[in-house]
Design a protein around this ligand. Sequence first.
Ligand code: 8YV
Length: 328
Amino acid sequence: MKEKILVTRKVFPAVIERLREHFDVETNDGDQIYTRGELEVRMPGKVGALVSATESIDAPLLRHCTSLRAVANLAVGYNNLDLAALSTAKVIATNTPDVLTESTADFGWALLMATARRTGEAERWLRLGLWEKWALDLFLGVDVHGTTLGVLGMGRIGRAVARRAGGFGMSVLYHDRAPVDAARELGARYCGKDELLRAADHLIITMPYSAQAHHTIGRRELALMKRSATLVNISRGGLVDEEALADALAEGRLAGAGLDVFEQEPLVCSRLLASQKVVATPHIASASEKTRMAMANLAADNLIAALGYGAHAGRPPSVLNPQVLDTA
Ligand code: 8YV
């Protein structure tokens, strides 16, 4: 008899078929987001779970899941997983790095360009039938080429964003916990967080979320930024204080914000939603057809290998708590 796994959200059929070669798979074809109570009912008896950023896996839930051996997150960000609790419970945890780096960086640029040049606002206006004549000062934006890009978080995605800045003749500044070797060959210069905020014409957030990083961009940080600057967030909503951002935009202390992520998804702060200076998208930075398929396949590869099946049995490609593998 095959071991049982749970797939908490709707996933491409081809990937489910791959999982079915090894497991008895419980799927969520209706794609509703399971409540904590539903997870407590569905997870027990499963040896593995393929989850998304919409599910939190923590110690109280794990107490109900005594057969669980692996959790594969269908995302690179894993702030929804309590890694310490998973490790204590000897549950292997995995994520989906690399396969989404380039698509996510592309999208960061889409938001940056749209925000700087006000494409969303201009399109809404045009579609309302308000365009009567060309005008010299119609939707004046801020330039992207030749300006300074600030990258907050120089991981894989930050570096892929920075690499693209060369084509726009931009200078790149970045901040991270420490200088990153791979950034030097991109011509990116390390600086302190406050210097980054003061100097950036366009600031993009590409750092992971953690409780310590909550509201990394708050009132104080926004006050340091140029009035002509734009802010783009493709990481996690909790990194930005949305009320402080809404104030900065309303008071003309920031030119615009491009946001793919929000503090309380799928709810969007009503003041940001109402602001014409905000380009808002529903957490789709990695959502190219090819990349989302690659992410789902990598999550499946991880789960199959972590549970001891397939060609890479026992060696999941992207494990977050390798110490659990060592003790298994
Ligand atoms: C995911 C993301 O699509 O990978 C991440 O961390 O934010 C996105 O690429 C999203 O989290 C769905 O799980």
